[in-house]
Design a binder for this molecule. Structure first.
Ligand SMILES: [Zn+2]
Length: 415
């Protein structure tokens, strides 16, 4: 069945089984029976996070499911754009989506699908979906049914104590995981801790998720985990699961097998007026919480590059959450990834955060390595100032707080 037929089947399923979609389509006068490839995208309305928050759970769950249904897996957003969103999906559907996505990177695929595989997770406690990510819990408390050990870490990453880091390194040693499933900033931090102790982290595949990997995180991770073999970046959402993954050739491929994904003009921007696209995602697997034309708020740019790997998914660059974009005085939009491409991964830089103080003033906070010399940052500061058309000051600091969600945001927009 081709993709558009699978999508139409999902529309019929959602209309028949989900009160929110029945009501929404009826209101718009759209009947699934008259939809085909020629009129589908003109007639079918978009949906967004608010629809799911307002109608959760009864309005958006498919017939036959309740939030206590034994086949369902719960996940929740870390609340990066304000309110947290709780969602559910059939565990098998989520697994199938993940497996399809992982095909982009054969080494990750093999580690993830290996029977009895063990995973170590290292990310903000909020993102780990388990109460037991609480740092004072025992190793047993933090073991999940699927073979994952959630490693302990403080909510505010850089305040994690030396004792806890020692414990984390020891737990990895004892647990002998087959795969790391980690937040990139957190894992780069952990790698520096190994280095401080003159230790080497285990050579197993690493997949980063939860937030975009900055060039600096990638610098630390790829010292031990080359991107062509052991390290891949996953792009996933709490609502839909695994949406895209980087292949060994270095390209991020969309999971076009598990989802019907449209690239649409971001809110408030006319089509064709920018090179940014919002991921608009539809499920196609008749699950517990179908999503039709769901505006994810995740922005990508499209790459014309061809990839020599076997994965057929479209190639995109992840630019960041729409809510994290910076607006320039002349109305231009600057993505978090754009900022990160300018900062890059200089040898002397350990971590940074660019904070917008007001419309025309930014502060670049940097934690630096020993090899840093005053003035090293001048090119970066000059380029940022030119791009942002604003005054950019910098300061060398020894601490940068994590976001309220526990994630580390390298861009902080003025409120
Ligand atoms: Zn590829």
């Amino acid at each position: 069945m081709d993709m558009i037929d699978r999508f139409i089947k999902e529309v019929e399923y959602a209309y028949e089984n989900v009160p929110f979609y029945k009501k929404k389509l009826d209101e718009k006068g759209v009947s699934p029976l008259t939809l085909d490839a020629s009129n589908l995208l003109q007639e079918l309305p978009f949906t967004n996070k608010k629809d799911y928050r307002v109608n959760f759970p009864l309005g958006v769950l498919a017939k036959g499911f309740s939030i206590n249904h034994p086949m369902l897996t719960k996940s929740q957003s870390s609340g990066t754009s304000g309110e947290r969103l709780v969602t559910f999906e059939i565990g098998m559907n989520l697994l199938q989506r993940a497996v399809e996505c992982a095909r982009a990177h054969p080494v990750i695929f093999e580690a993830f699908t290996k029977p009895g595989r063990k995973i170590c997770r290292y990310a903000a406690p909020n993102c780990s979906d388990v109460e037991c990510a609480n740092p004072n819990s025992t190793m047993e408390d933090r073991r999940l049914a699927d073979g994952t050990l959630v490693l302990p870490v403080y909510h505010d990453l850089l305040t994690t104590t030396k004792e806890m880091i020692d414990r984390t390194i020891e737990e990895i040693e004892v647990y002998k995981p087959d795969l790391f499933y980690v937040d990139p900033t957190h894992f780069a931090f952990l790698i520096r801790q190994y280095e401080n102790r003159k230790l080497t982290p285990p050579a197993i595949p690493v997949v980063t998720s939860y937030s975009a990997a900055s060039a600096i995180s990638r610098k630390y991770i790829s010292r031990y985990y080359p991107e062509s073999t052991l390290f891949s970046e996953l792009f996933s959402s709490s609502e839909m699961g695994w949406l895209a993954m980087r292949c060994p050739e270095g390209h991020i491929h969309l999971n076009d097998e598990s989802f019907f994904i449209e690239l649409i003009a971001p809110t408030g921007i006319a089509e064709g007026a920018s090179h940014f696209y919002e991921l608009c995602v539809s499920s196609i697997d008749q699950g517990a919480l179908p999503h039709l034309r769901y505006r994810s708020g995740d922005i990508v740019s499209v790459s014309e590059t061809q990839c020599s790997c076997a994965h057929g998914g479209r190639i995109v660059q992840i630019e960041g959450r729409e809510s994290h974009f910076l607006k320039r005085s002349n109305e231009g939009l600057i993505s978090p990834a754009n900022i990160d491409r300018i900062v890059g991964a200089p040898e002397w830089m350990q971590l940074y955060r660019l904070e917008q103080m007001n419309e025309d003033r930014f502060v670049l906070q940097m934690i630096v390595e020993e090899k840093y010399h005053a003035g090293n940052e001048q090119d970066i500061v000059r380029e940022l100032a030119a791009l942002l058309e604003a005054d950019v000051q910098f300061e060398v600091v020894d601490y940068i707080p994590s976001d309220r969600s526990g994630k580390f945001q390298y861009i902080k927009r003025s409120p």
